[in-house]
Design a protein around this ligand. Structure first.
Ligand SMILES: Nc1ncnc2c1ncn2[C@@H]1O[C@H](COP(=O)(O)OP(=O)(O)OP(=O)(O)O)[C@@H](O)[C@H]1O
Length: 855
């Protein structure tokens, strides 16, 4: 980047030049008089205005973009006080470029949004001119495209990685994040010494997102009011917005307005000035000539400029992951964790910046907008730690709620069998239930360690380590706010577990690394020491992640991708300009750019594991579960089981234990699977097969009936398989009615029992089977497609008569009604709710499905 002094003197020269041109143009305009002054004079005037425009908008700022591509080098025409937006055409044969003042002066507001292709084209032309003219890296752009899902800015996508123009935001949440960043930006520049005033933020709004409300619009207006002196400028399409509540919005403060008409546009007066001559008084008439807006620049030209900017920006040497790892020659796992864990997270200039998980800085929180590199930062930290600390020194739990699958590389897969030996449990696309199960496990470990500490009479982990070789434990939770979502018992439990770990973890070597891209949704982030976040001293703000810092700390405003503000004092700021020992801005590497090194390191670490090491326990939210893979089922098949039980699926806990429903002799020990989903047939089939496996061959019998088409195939397959081990009878509805009154021990397995027809199941027979059957070893396993039919057949006594229920796609309200208690359940694919009335337990499970459903 050119030195500040050179740039400043270049800017001053251009400014002097521009002032001279304005001075020269004024008498020309003054002499011109009203447009009726005669055609030759107007042609002459247009000629002189063309010449003035050439001086005011040199290079990219005024070039014809559709003609031969400009050869002008990038970054050569700043400051861009004026920029061309089109061609004014007072007469058929008299034209001159239409310029508006923008950077350093005000804003641009177009009354149509980018749904009008001319507006979209103009925004792209404007953006191209400004990006190409500005010294590389000095102009940062934030883009909003509510109606167009971001397509307006698609040609500029290559700039995202360079940090110049992150992917456009398209919803109201994104708009608010961008506004917050712009507000921080204006605050930052207001506090800055003049030297810091070297970058400009341009906010381009192609269209406002749906649900933008009055408060958002007021924020845009306030930014427009304060922006020009503070390095913030706006180009807003679709302003004034059409009022939803009937109150019209005023023009955007300090802006040049452009009214888009059928075949041309009208340009209003620039902020603080008039186009009309001051005779006798200037009047606000705007530019007295229709303007053809600049057309969409050729894609090839945009590509060339973006590539040029990327190349220029990457001229600064990029950090590589290997810069954060121990030197190749060093042994793996050479560090001890008694006093803490430490790893470099990036470089501040040439100096490596190291962070620690220790007594002083026990927990970290990372924030950034989506796409800002949150996953990249976490991956760097995990590789940095796993190269330095052996599994005996460090164990990690990884929970990913972001849906990004960033931790998938740490678990074995078909393509790569390696895993991270320090990882104990990994939740890929987690459920909250799984997250809470992991936190419970950590909390239990914390309690165990506190007892050990008491016994040993010590209060610090480092002292405990002198007696016991315990590893430090790190729990990384990507998108942790997902755990706190919802106002239910699970969210309450998650909060209290996180609080307990945040408060007490430091003394017992248990650490949290929390990350999120939507921290603005988390209340109490700055609630002081009494809040859980008050116990998280290390704050890492990536681009758009200023929320992790104290509200008055604006250090993260305008960070490009690949950089982060690292603060070890809970996000606290301090006087700008003063050296802040607790806060550094670092560059960090993109691990994706170094895939080969990453894979090599993972294999090295994996190969160094102990021969007894087992892979981490993995919970993949999307993974289906099959009875044949279940350890409890296998044990039953091998004769290692005691009591008969129906196996329904896998519980969402750390070991993924089998969800079972024991079938003992208590009245009501029957299982009803409820919901229209055809998975009901799968669950019933698994339940029946697993029950059969619990009995020695030829010691029980099954009566199987399928009353619905969706049950025919599973019923036939079940019958075929069970016949090999037990006595099996397949019956139709008549046979079923007879079997209901039977007394022999065994199992009635009914697919689609609701289809027996209203009133066909004799109530007394059914009730006596439900009550007395288990005592005689007779159980009913059934799938009902509708909860209502089930409740009707059982005459309102359903929950008394049938102790086990599995709910599939049944709404939470219906479940609560049936169970007579409020239940927090939202039906979703690959999940079911298992209720065992006798055990007083209701759990979310992953139900077993038939192997044919494997996806
Ligand atoms: N240090 C870096 N320098 C340059 N580019 C980077 C850097 N870190 C990450 N990136 C790039 O930024 C993009 C987003 O990175 P990453 O997936 O880590 O972000 P994220 O915040 O987790 O995003 P998401 O919300 O999509 O999960 C990727 O294309 C990545 O290659």
């Amino acid at each position: 980047m050119a030195s500040l002094t050179t740039r400043r003197s270049h800017a001053a020269a251009l400014h002097r030049q521009a002032a001279a041109v304005i001075a020269a143009a004024r008498p020309v305009l003054d002499r011109a008089g009203p447009p009726a002054a005669g055609l030759p004079r107007q042609r002459d005037l247009a000629g002189r205005l063309r010449a003035a425009a050439a001086t005011l908008t040199p290079g990219w700022l005024g070039a014809q973009l559709d003609a031969a591509p400009p050869e002008t080098p990038l970054g050569a025409s700043f400051p861009a006080r004026f920029v061309r937006i089109g061609t004014a055409q007072p007469l058929d044969d008299a034209r001159f470029p239409a310029l508006v003042p923008l950077l350093g002066v005000g804003h641009l507001a177009l009354d149509a949004d980018a749904g009008d292709s001319r507006v979209a084209g103009l925004l792209r032309a404007l953006l191209l001119r400004l990006l190409a003219a500005a010294p590389v890296g000095s102009l940062l752009v934030r883009a909003v495209d509510g109606a167009g899902s971001g397509v307006v800015f698609a040609p500029f996508a290559p700039l995202a990685d360079a940090g110049v123009l992150p992917p456009p935001v398209t919803d109201v949440g994104g708009l608010r994040a961008v506004l917050a960043e712009a507000e921080q930006w204006t605050g930052r520049v207001a506090n800055a010494r003049r030297d810091d005033h070297s970058r400009t933020l341009l906010l381009v709004i192609a269209s406002l997102p749906a649900q933008t409300d009055g408060a958002d619009l007021a924020r845009i207006e306030a930014l427009a009011q304060q922006g020009p002196e503070r390095g913030l400028h706006l180009a807003v399409a679709g302003w004034p917005p059409r009022p939803a509540d009937g109150s019209p919005r005023p023009p955007l403060p300090r802006s040049t307005t452009v009214a888009v008409r059928e075949s041309y546009a009208l340009v209003g007066d620039p902020p603080g000035g008039f186009f009309s001559a001051p005779a006798p008084e200037p009047t606000a008439t705007g530019l007295n000539a229709p303007v053809l807006l600049d057309a969409d620049p050729p894609g090839e030209l945009v590509r060339r400029v973006c590539d040029g900017l990327r190349a220029a920006l990457s001229a600064e040497p990029r950090l590589r992951l290997t810069d954060l790892l121990p030197a190749e020659a060093d042994e793996l796992w050479s560090e001890e964790s008694a006093d803490g864990l430490s790893t470099p997270v990036g470089h501040d200039s040439d100096t490596s910046v190291t962070l620690q998980f220790n007594d002083l800085t026990p927990h970290w929180m990372v924030g950034g907008r989506s796409g800002a590199g949150v996953s990249a930062f976490l991956i760097n930290v995990l590789y940095g730690l796993s190269a330095r600390y052996a599994p005996a020194e460090l164990t990690v739990y990884l929970l990913d709620f972001s849906g990004g699958g960033a931790f998938a590389e740490f678990v074995p897969s078909d393509r790569d069998r390696s895993w991270l030996p320090q990882a104990l449990a990994v939740g890929v696309e987690c459920d909250r239930e799984y997250g809470v199960a992991v936190l419970r496990e950590l909390d239990a470990e914390l309690t165990r360690r506190s007892v050990t500490c008491k016994k040993a009479g010590v209060s610090r982990f480092a002292e405990l380590r002198e007696e016991h070789r315990l590893p430090r434990m790190l729990c990384v939770i990507d998108e942790f706010p997902a755990l706190l979502d919802g106002r239910d018992a699970l969210a309450d439990e998650a909060v209290s577990l996180l609080e307990s770990l945040a408060r007490r973890g430091r003394s017992y070597g248990i650490h949290l690394l929390l990350a999120s891209r939507r921290l603005r949704d988390v209340p109490a982030l700055h609630g002081g020491r009494e809040s859980m976040f008050g116990h998280i001293p290390v704050r890492v703000a990536l681009p758009g992640g200023g929320d992790v810092l104290e509200p008055a700390n604006d250090a993260a405003a305008g960070l490009p991708v690949g950089t982060a503000v690292v603060n070890t004092a809970g996000g606290l700021g301090g006087p700008r300009g003063a050296t802040r020992g607790h806060e550094r801005t670092v560059r960090f590497p993109d691990p994706d750019a170094d895939r080969a090194a990453l894979t090599a390191l993972r294999h090295r670490v994996w190969s160094a594991r102990s021969p007894e090491a087992s892979p981490p326990r993995v919970f993949a939210g999307y993974a289906q579960q099959f009875l044949n893979d279940d350890p409890t089922y296998r044990a039953a098949l091998a004769g290692r089981s005691t009591r008969p039980a129906a196996l329904i699926g896998r519980t969402i806990d750390v070991p993924l234990s089998t969800a079972t429903f024991p079938l003992d002799t208590s009245p009501g020990r029957h299982l009803a699977i409820l919901g229209p989903s055809p998975i009901g047939a799968d669950v019933l089939e698994a339940a029946a097969r697993s029950v059969a496996a619990h009995h020695a061959p030829r010691t029980t019998r099954f009566v199987i009936a399928s009353l619905v088409a969706a049950g025919d195939e599973p019923a036939a397959a079940l019958a075929a398989e069970l016949t090999q081990r037990q006595e099996v009878e397949t019956v139709d509805v008549g046979g079923l009615l007879a079997a209901l009154g039977g007394t022999e021990p065994g199992y009635l397995v009914v697919f689609g029992m609701d289809a027996a027809g209203p009133g066909r199941l004799p109530p007394d027979t059914l009730r006596s089977l439900l009550r007395d059957g288990p005592g005689r070893g007779l159980h009913l396993l059934s799938w009902w497609r509708g909860v209502r039919r089930f409740a009707e057949e059982l005459d309102g006594d359903a929950r008394e008569e049938v102790a086990g229920m599995v709910f599939l796609n049944v709404p939470g309200a219906d479940v609560s009604l049936l169970l007579g208690a409020a239940v927090d359940w939202t039906p979703r694919p690959n999940r079911a709710l298992l209720h065992d009335r006798h055990a007083d337990r209701t759990t979310v499970i992953v139900p077993f499905v038939r192997p044919e459903r494997a996806s």
